[in-house]
Design a protein around this ligand. Structure first.
Ligand code: HAM
Length: 422
């Protein structure tokens, strides 16, 4: 028994699943890298105030789930619960918004939310995200949404839906908020819910209780209150998105867990993940730059859940456990071990993924290690082979084995692996 355990709610990735995790992260970021987004590596802890101001004091993420502490210098610090506030902070701090616009950035890494852990809900969660700051062009809204869709599709995911809406702007949202509040005031709600209605009425639409949902059937919805500019912007966004071949469902009741959203807002939900179905989400944020001390520039971005995307792939039966090497070297005897050590270096230099048996194991144990490694081919080397200048190559799937001249080994292995299935 280990004396320590990883903190509660933290997801660790170990071989062989960790290889899938890396592949998912790679695939989620590939469309953005292909569309001119530059990589940013940002701190995982920031000024607590950044998130209070940026994400919103009344959100669960900030009011209930933040890992906040005082550092040794007496500064109030928080582990980042999300990526957008930090990116915007960095763009302002380094004046990227004074250069060519929009600024297009992507990031990947861990975020921290002290949520109640359950399947697909972790306290250290992984995201791949993008932010595009400094343009209101609806073509940019369509680009960002399409990049996320392309990312999921490139992995082979099929059982997901894109939910899309516009949350309005500073011109039309206040009137909607007021109308919703008026409506909520006339309902039979308990005290905490009334309080929420006063503070953040949109959040009440997201109440999971049947007794509440029943009363919300006729609630006023944002689309009824869109101003002319918002209608125009959203109409153009949808037309660009259709042009990109992306399918979506209108989601006029969408509620996001972060306060900065305006206009185009979206979520990707997967059918097979149960309660934690959100595999990604994002939207436009008109006021965020300014509220963090920057210019009045709008931005749009997304965060895709790397953990949940991997769970979704597994649920669709599309997460292939990859072998960690292609060739496994089995030396029998001392001289063979020295030979294999050099051979491993040569094969790796030829981009053949190679491992070997260590510790002078007997043939039987070493062959077992070869099988377990998942390698397609084993190369068996003994004194006899060294004398003859030939080694034995064994196909670990079919079981056939052949002698191959050491001089021709690299080409021979490459040829065999090309027809590979494993
Ligand atoms: P979010 O919707 O809070 O948005 O998170 C994005 C994604 O992160 C979710 O769809 C989900 O897949 C994943 N996620 C969130 N919380 C957890 C958790 N506890 N466990 C596992 N996965 C989780 C944002 O964070 C925004 N910053 C996205 C954005 C960027 N909006 C504009 N730009």
């Amino acid at each position: 028994m280990s004396m320590f355990a990883a903190p509660k709610g933290v997801r660790e990735y170990l071989p062989p699943v960790s290889a899938q995790f890396l592949a998912v992260r790679e695939a989620l970021s590939a469309p953005a890298r292909n569309a001119g987004y530059g990589y940013v590596e940002l701190p995982v802890f920031e000024d607590l105030g950044l998130f209070v101001r940026g994400v919103g004091e009344s959100t669960d993420v900030v009011s209930k789930e933040m890992y906040a502490f005082e550092d040794r210098g007496g500064r109030q610090i928080a582990l980042r619960p999300e990526g957008t506030a930090g990116v915007v902070r960095s763009v302002i701090e380094h004046s990227l918004d004074r250069g060519p616009l929009p600024v297009k950035l992507w990031y990947a890494g861990p975020f921290f939310r002290a949520e109640r852990p359950q399947h697909g809900r972790y306290r250290q969660l992984q995201q791949v995200g993008v932010e595009a700051i400094g343009s209101e062009d609806p073509a940019l809204d369509a680009e960002v949404v399409a990049l996320a869709d392309e990312a999921f599709r490139s992995l082979g995911l099929e059982r997901y839906t894109l939910h899309l809406t516009s949350l309005g702007c500073s011109a039309c949202r206040p009137a909607y908020r007021e109308a919703l509040q008026r409506f909520l005031n006339g309902l039979d709600l308990d005290e905490p819910t009334r309080l929420r209605a006063a503070l953040n009425p949109l959040r009440v639409l997201d109440d999971k209780r049947e007794s509440v949902q029943r009363q919300l059937v006729d609630a006023p919805l944002m689309p009824q209150y869109w101003c002319a500019d918002c209608v125009e912007h959203y109409t153009a966004t949808r037309s660009f998105l259709a042009g990109l071949g992306v399918a979506w469902t209108e989601a006029p009741r969408m509620v996001r867990g972060l306060d900065y959203y305006t206009r185009t807002t979206f979520e990707f939900a997967h059918d097979l993940l149960g309660a934690q179905s959100g595999i990604g989400g994002g939207g436009r944020y008109d006021g965020l730059m300014q509220s963090l001390g920057g210019q009045e520039l709008s931005g749009i971005g997304f965060g895709l859940g790397t953990d949940r995307t991997l769970l979704a792939l597994q649920a669709e039966g599309k997460a292939e456990p990859a072998a960690r090497c292609d060739v496994f070297l089995v030396p029998v005897g001392e001289p063979a071990r020295a030979f294999c050590s050099r051979l491993a270096g040569r094969l790796r230099a030829s981009a053949i993924r190679t491992d070997m048996a260590f510790g002078g194991r007997a043939l039987k144990g070493a062959m077992k290690a070869a099988d377990r490694s998942g390698a397609r081919l084993a190369v068996i080397v003994g004194d006899q082979e060294l004398d003859s200048g030939e080694v034995v190559v064994k196909d670990l799937l079919g079981g056939e084995q052949r002698s191959v001249a050491v001089d021709l080994l690299v080409e021979d292995l490459q040829r065999q692996l090309q027809g590979g299935i494993r």
